[in-house]
Ligand binder design. Structure first.
Ligand code: ZN
Length: 427
């Protein structure tokens, strides 16, 4: 059995966090359990010292923080962050396509999933419905999961043509799941309306497909976790659990910012390139009557740990990593750096993170890309440039990134939480 402490909490989080909206709902539940108060962006804020708050934007991004026991000119920010979204198949506004008697769902690819891994899986769909109650003006949203199982069937080997079916899947023509046989144009709408009460009118939706399979452990000593969305719900969970278990600091603001839309480049109303984080920070400082001069000075002294999963070395593709930078699963969290600033890590922020890990008694690994290989990116560069805060990019090593079924280490998860908790406690 794995000795990892947090793994069962993580597996439950992965199972329930089927879409970014569901993931934020899970975070909300964890925060409420620990006495956090939800603030609304549309109302004035009353913030007290030594208390815990969170703000949600677009139902898919969240900024949670604890105010210091005493706000002073020396107050600074100890922040961590992650992204709530994963590559997925999103249902288009006109969802029904009919072909050869089949009722298919019309999808749009979100981010860059390994498309072939979505084929022959038992899928379902969920997200949020936008509706209005009769007699009311404001639109409301409701989180939904369908019980309907849909499937994108592969083509039988006997019907494959070696030239036409060379393994590359066409995202427009070959990724439509079968909803059923027959069913008219209003069938899908009626399916969604069954989640509403009488007197509620469905206006729109934001829905995506997910795998119905649950997370599980594997390995000789249950050293691996297998699940959808490990990138990046594992880091969302690590950030949320660390903040949940850290008490208010004597003088620092500690917090976690979890952003939607990393998989499509961070530019949106609630992504890491948005004004979400800076607007929340400015409001926190202004409710403590701190000047803008003090706010900018505090940012300069602050630190941001941007957490996103990293690439572990693959046993049969080991040459895809630089020979000196091959993170292994359960050998510790990884500092990610790139000369071309695909990651925000600088020598000074890397050094700062190494010191925190040393205090937490956790071993680290290092990743830098090959010069002849494409390199991923993350929220770190957006945070460093938008908020103006020294930032390091780190993450736990994993395999099968962007597959519908990913793989990571159980020990690494505890290690990352230990580091983040140590960071929140530091002066
Ligand atoms: Zn990621």
């Amino acid at each position: 059995m794995s000795n990892a402490l947090e793994i069962h909490s993580l597996m439950r989080f992965l199972d329930l966090g089927r879409t970014p909206f569901h993931a934020v709902q899970q975070v909300r539940t964890l925060l409420f359990e620990s006495g956090f108060t939800e603030l609304e962006e549309s109302k004035p804020w009353m913030i007290e010292p030594g208390q815990a708050y969170f703000v949600v934007r677009g139902n898919a991004s969240v900024f949670a923080f604890r105010t210091p026991m005493r706000f002073s000119p020396d107050t600074k920010l100890h922040l961590v962050g992650a992204h709530t979204d994963s590559p997925a198949l999103r249902i288009k506004p006109n969802p029904s396509v009919y072909r050869e008697g089949y009722h298919l769902l019309n999808i749009e690819v979100y981010g860059s999933p390994i498309l072939s891994t979505w084929i022959d899986r038992d899928l379902s769909f969920g997200g949020q419905l936008v509706y209005r109650r009769k007699g009311e003006r404001d639109l409301r949203t409701r989180l939904v999961d369908s019980n309907t199982v849909v499937r994108i069937p592969s083509l039988a080997i006997h019907l494959q043509d070696s030239e036409k079916d060379s393994g590359k899947v066409n995202p427009q023509t070959q990724m439509m799941p079968i909803l059923g046989l027959g069913g008219g144009d209003t069938y899908f709408r009626h399916l969604l309306e069954s989640h509403l009460e009488p007197g509620e009118d469905l206006i729109d939706w934001d829905l995506q497909l997910f795998d119905t399979a649950k997370a599980c452990l594997s390995g000789l000593s249950s050293e691996f976790v297998l699940s959808s969305r490990i990138d990046n719900l594992a880091m969302v969970h690590a950030c949320a659990r660390s903040l949940q278990e850290s008490p208010a600091h004597s003088s620092n603001i500690v917090g976690a910012i979890l952003f939607h839309n990393e998989e499509v480049g961070n530019v949106s109303y609630q992504g890491a390139e948005s004004r979400f984080a800076t607007q929340v920070l400015e409001r926190i400082f202004s409710t403590f009557q701190a000047s803008r001069d003090l706010y900018f000075a505090a940012l300069n002294r602050s630190f941001f740990i941007s957490t996103d999963m990293a690439h572990a070395v693959h046993p049969v593709y080991e040459d895809r990593h630089d020979a000196s930078h091959r993170p292994r699963i359960n050998a510790g969290p990884t500092i990610k750096s790139s000369a071309n600033r695909r990651y925000a890590t600088e020598a000074i922020t890397s050094a700062r993170f190494r010191e925190i890990a040393r205090t937490a008694n956790v071993d680290l690994q290092f990743f830098a890309p090959r010069n002849d290989q494409r390199c991923g990116s993350t929220i770190g560069p957006a945070i460093a440039s938008q908020i103006g805060i020294p930032t390091v990019d780190v993450g736990n090593p994993m395999l099968s990134m962007h597959s519908i079924r990913e793989m990571a280490g159980t020990e690494d998860h505890d290690s990352m939480i230990r580091i983040l908790k140590t960071f929140f406690a530091q002066e």
